[in-house]
Design a protein around this ligand. Structure first.
Ligand code: R5P
Length: 291
């Protein structure tokens, strides 16, 4: 088996190579003067199962993934599994207004065209897997986040900022061995959210707030304010995908006691790897595809 690393996902790709006993292929990626992407696979992939690993954010990384898929198919490979550590556009998973696309579906259809199987990580909504026309598994970085919290922090309550992420809070709490709860969030616009004053038993608690994505930080900052008003002693923010749009990190650092994210988007808060769960997802898919 060969692992092809896109330039946004070298950390996950290296982990997978080690864990699956596969070789990392040499890949050249550069930009033309007009910023178009150039890719080249530097070794023969004939006869191999190939795992391509590439986060599709920002857009330039999606283009790189599509070019790498095409380059991989120039060889006589067995199967191509595309691992998308962070699937961009997943939050537009329905039409909010007439005339809009279902962006998650558009991305899924495009990526699946040249894949035999797909592995996603904490995709925004599990139902998005149904838009892929090939076998697709969604794994979670939350077990690894839970293990990190057990080793490095004292947490006795896990909270999600909304009901959409309660399954993430439950998974982390099961690993940590503590209670979990969720807040009620209403999004006003892209930068503003409202969290209802729902009582979650935060008094004197050391809390981890967990979410799939942190983007502007608005959700976590508002949730932290609510938990601190309820008497929380400490708040740690943990997410799988640390997007951190401009200015988000300094604002978050002023609000929470500690921030961590997984390596689906490599950034300065990345401290845990989604690799172990992705490796299990790849193995599961290969078993399905070989039947
Ligand atoms: C939305 O439902 C997601 O799960 C996150 O809560 C959201 O993307 C976080 O965005 P922000 O950091 O901009 O509040």
């Amino acid at each position: 088996m060969k692992i092809v690393a896109g330039s946004a996902s070298s950390h996950v790709a290296r982990y997978l190579a080690g864990s699956l006993g596969a070789q990392l292929s040499g890949v050249q990626v550069r930009r033309f003067p007009d910023d178009e992407c150039y890719v080249r696979i530097l070794e023969n992939l004939d006869g191999q199962d190939v795992v391509l690993v590439q986060t599709t954010y920002p857009d330039r990384n999606l283009v790189e993934a599509l070019l790498l898929q095409d380059a991989i198919h120039e060889f006589k490979i067995k199967k191509l599994i595309t691992v998308i550590p962070y699937m961009a556009y997943a939050r537009q998973d329905k039409k909010f207004n007439e005339g809009e696309p279902i962006s998650a579906r558009a991305m899924a259809k495009t990526i699946a065209l040249r894949s035999d199987g797909i592995v996603l990580v904490d995709v925004h909504d599990e139902k998005i897997t149904e838009h892929f026309s090939v076998p697709t598994v969604n794994v979670s970085a939350m077990p690894q986040i839970g293990e990190y919290l057990v080793k490095s922090a004292h947490v006795n309550l896990v909270v999600s900022p909304d009901d959409g992420a309660m399954h993430l809070a439950r998974t982390v709490a099961e690993v940590v061995g503590c209670d979990w709860s969720w807040l009620e969030k209403k999004r006003i616009d892209g930068n503003t959210v409202e969290i209802s004053p729902k009582h979650v038993g935060a008094r004197d608690k050391e809390i981890a707030i967990v979410d799939d994505i942190i983007a502007t930080g608005g959700t976590i900052i508002t949730a932290t304010r609510q938990l601190k008003m309820q008497g929380a002693k400490k708040v740690i923010a943990a997410c799988t995908h640390g997007l951190f749009t401009a200015g988000a990190l300094p604002k978050l650092r002023g609000a929470v006691d500690y921030i961590l994210s997984a390596d689906t988007i490599e950034n300065e808060t990345t401290i845990v790897s989604a690799g172990p769960e992705i490796a299990k997802g790849v193995q599961k898919l290969l078993t399905t595809l070989r039947k």
